[in-house]
Design a protein around this ligand. Sequence first.
Ligand SMILES: N[C@@H](CCC(=O)N[C@@H](CS)C(=O)NCC(=O)O)C(=O)O
Length: 192
Amino acid sequence: MTLTLYGGARTRASMPRWYLEEKEISYEWQMLDMRNGEHSREPYLSINPFGKLPALVHEDPTCPGGRLQLFESGAILLYLAELSGECSTQASRSLAAQWVLFANATLATALFVPSNREKEFPRLMAVLNELLKPGQPLMGHGWGVADCAVNAYLAYLPMFFPDLDLTPYPSVQSTIAATQARPAYRKVMGLT
Ligand SMILES: N[C@@H](CCC(=O)N[C@@H](CS)C(=O)NCC(=O)O)C(=O)O
């Protein structure tokens, strides 16, 4: 079986790539040159017709037609969580979906849609600050897909909004620091 992850510089491909590295799943990394529009033309459009990154291709005889093509970082993460064996029950699959959807829809919107940042962002941060316990995963017994999705967005905060005051959220701050210290995260973000 071959897994190929397509991404570009500073894209959400870092999320599924981080997961693959943490779980030591072997994969091929295809970095597209977005400045030259490689994501907006063939052959990439045959993988994601919307021309957005990331996308995953899984060549595997057990997939219908021997090959699965997936776009949307959340769908890719959930598929990888299935492959890694992290989500083996209905309840764990549903909780994983809850956190991945929360990260990609609710949290991402609060962060990156400027009109939401004033009200929605502090509201979410206050709750996350209570829920996040340093060293404890959001679900399950070890670092997993929920932590990957949520913590990847939290770790974007100092990158995209360096002036944002996070001191009211000490657990969020510790979570960001713990994320930045993880070797797999550092590798994927080019911090090593
Ligand atoms: N909801 C999608 C968002 C994908 C997305 O917007 N990707 C950006 C990079 S982070 C992209 O490909 N932008 C290029 C473009 O829109 O032309 C996901 O999570 O995968």
